[in-house]
Design a binder for this molecule. Structure first.
Ligand code: 2E7
Ligand code: F3S
Length: 347
């Protein structure tokens, strides 16, 4: 079950006395990616179509605000499909599920709606193909994260999880001539390249994935925050603690010159003490974060005198994914025309 939000009662931010021009650099792209948009709409459509409750396995996306809002509309979040009453509708989260979960849902007679991001499904297919060709798959990603569990579950006998660059120095493989690396979609691009460099130093025949596994949205948000961070005294990242891509944005900001960087779920977590001597505040948000939460942060910053907001745009995004197939027709049998189209808009 998601943790309910406990509102923090702090005073609103007060005006910050600093010498110099106070401004906000607002990173763009930020916030919702195409996979999150699709997954959240999928739960809303399922509620409209089938009525409440609709069950969702795990958090649909890793954002406490999104989860709380959907709960208010009648979604029930569960950890596993065995908590769902037989015959009910269950939505699989954007992070994907292993075949074992799909089978457990089917054995229980559940009506599954698969909101797995298509870019995660792509990685699952790569895992299946390399396993079929008897490769050992070095899956770079965080053990225990739902996405990694789902991808590894496609080929458990062929996958070794590589958690960090240091892990790359330790892991053992059976046949160094038949290894390939794949990755979680939301990792730090720079850290992943370091992990691959260290893997390749040990296994020179290591194959690359057929295409990037770190998705366009993760890459674009990291490029944008890098540009902001070099000029920022303080960076605020809006996103939840369990949101891998949001946490990476804090790390990337610090690596690229931000003097300080903090993650908040809500504007009321911002602390007055962070602003000592701060003229330039960078702001961004993770891929699971609705824009309203960023607007609330900007409103609070305005009360503290940071009224000048400059957008720092490093890419355009116009990717839209079609809805999960189980929801593509409306109740009257008409096709929903949200079509697969657009581009990720690499920076
Ligand atoms: C699905 C995937 O929900 P998030 O915060 O997830 P992460 O993986 O960053 O914890 O962000 C959206 C999202 C990202 N990747 C959803 Cl596979
Ligand atoms: Fe998909 Fe990337 Fe978003 S994997 S859910 S587009 S962060």
């Amino acid at each position: 079950m998601p943790i309910p939000r406990v509102p923090r009662r702090r005073e609103r931010l007060k005006d910050i006395p600093v010498d110099g021009h106070k401004r906000v650099l607002l990173a763009s792209p930020r916030g919702y990616c195409a996979g999150v948009d699709r997954a959240v709409i999928a739960v809303e459509k399922a509620l409209e179509r089938f009525g409440a409750p609709v069950y969702v396995r795990k958090q649909i996306v890793h954002n406490i605000h999104v989860v709380t809002e959907l709960e208010g509309k009648g979604a029930i979040f569960v950890e596993e499909v065995d908590e769902v009453p037989a015959g009910a509708h269950v939505v699989f989260s954007a992070h994907g599920v292993s075949p074992a979960v799909v089978n457990a849902a089917s054995d229980r007679g559940l009506q599954a709606i698969d909101a797995t991001c298509p870019l995660v499904t792509k990685v699952h297919r790569e895992a299946v193909r390399f396993a079929r060709d008897d490769f050992e798959i070095l899956l770079i990603g965080h053990e225990g994260h739902e996405e990694v569990e789902g991808t590894a579950g496609e080929a458990p006998d062929h996958v070794t999880i590589v958690n960090s660059p240091d892990d790359a120095d330790r892991i053992e493989v059976k046949d160094p001539s038949k290894v390939v690396w794949l990755s979680q979609t939301t990792l730090s691009v720079d850290e992943t390249m370091e992990t691959v460099r260290r893997l390749r130093a040990r296994f020179p025949e290591l194959q690359d994935p057929p295409s990037d596994d770190i998705c366009y949205a993760t890459q674009n948000r990291q490029v944008a925050i890098k540009k902001v961070a070099k000029d920022a005294d303080l960076v605020i990242v809006v996103g939840s603690a369990n949101s891998s891509n949001s946490v990476r944005l804090v790390e990337v900001a610090l690596e690229y010159g931000a003097k300080a960087a903090y993650r908040v779920d809500y504007a009321d977590e911002i602390e007055q003490a962070w602003f000592d001597g701060v003229t330039t505040v960078g702001v961004t948000s993770g891929a699971s974060v609705p824009e309203v939460l960023v607007s609330e942060v900007l409103a609070d910053l305005a009360t503290a005198g940071y009224l000048d907001v400059e957008e720092v745009r490093t890419a355009e995004e116009d990717l839209i994914f079609s809805l999960p197939k189980e929801l593509r027709q409306d109740a009257a049998g008409k096709r929903d025309d949200r079509a697969l189209g657009g581009r990720g808009g690499r920076s």
